[in-house]
Design a protein around this ligand. Structure first.
Ligand SMILES: CC(C)(COP(=O)(O)OP(=O)(O)OC[C@H]1O[C@@H](n2cnc3c(N)ncnc32)[C@H](O)[C@@H]1OP(=O)(O)O)[C@@H](O)C(=O)NCCC(=O)NCCS
Length: 193
């Protein structure tokens, strides 16, 4: 058997040519996807916005974004293609957003997540986000409440120690597996946020 070269994952700024793949992942991931023009408007007109894609050997396998508002980074969207989940792609994108937030002088990061979205909550908790409140009936499709989660001070010693530990773990993590190579792990259907 010929050994395959390792799959390379990169996290890069989202560009307009990425939008068809981003929207396909969006539709697989959320019950109420953003309308098609929303990402285009964000990329072209919102100077506070910062959006990234995760690419595995050129293919878009995830995307995430935030608004950088004065000293707060507000995560606006976050998804990994269902076939590529549980391979730390979400972690790599979150770390990339936090790095940019820190570089732009944000003191903390915040987001809303469905109360029932335990997978996403676990990811955010791992990166230092803690529940700070609820937005009742935040999601219009089913009136589910949103949990507001916020980090401690991004450049404080505890958060910096957490990020250093998580970065080291990511560097030591196993290589990505392509879903095209057959079944892997517990990848399931789209979770929905
Ligand atoms: C949430 C989501 C982005 C996670 O992406 P991912 O690449 O699969 O996550 P990772 O592999 O980086 O997981 C990192 C950590 O998150 C947690 N996690 C992620 N998915 C989980 C799941 N399904 N169940 C439990 N914990 C989960 C775990 O703590 C995991 O660390 P561990 O493997 O050491 O236990 C992905 O499931 C997704 O796109 N879901 C649908 C869209 C969505 O819910 N977006 C969030 C909107 S707020």
């Amino acid at each position: 058997m010929v050994a395959r070269p390792p799959l390379r994952l990169s996290v890069e700024a989202m560009g307009l040519p990425d939008l068809p793949e981003v929207q396909a992942i969006e539709r697989l991931s959320f019950t109420t996807p953003w309308p098609p023009h929303a990402y285009r408007t964000e990329l072209q007109s919102n100077r506070l916005a910062h959006y990234v894609v995760a690419r595995a050997d050129g293919r878009v396998v995830g995307f995430a974004g935030m608004w950088l508002m004065v000293d707060e980074a507000h995560v606006t969207t976050f998804a990994v293609h269902p076939a590529w989940r549980r391979q730390r792609i979400g972690e790599r994108m979150l770390l990339s957003l936090i790095d940019v937030a820190l570089a732009r002088g944000a003191r903390e990061a915040t987001l809303e997540v469905r109360l029932s979205n335990l997978g996403a909550r676990r990811l955010y908790e791992k990166y230092g986000f803690r529940p700070v409140g609820l937005r009742p009936r935040y999601y219009s499709d089913d009136n589910e409440d949103a949990l507001i989660m916020t980090t401690e001070t991004l450049d404080g010693a505890p958060m910096q120690a957490r990020l250093a530990r998580l970065r080291a773990a990511l560097e030591a993590a196993p290589e990505l597996e392509s879903p095209d190579d057959g079944p892997a792990g517990d990848r399931g259907p789209a979770g929905g946020a």
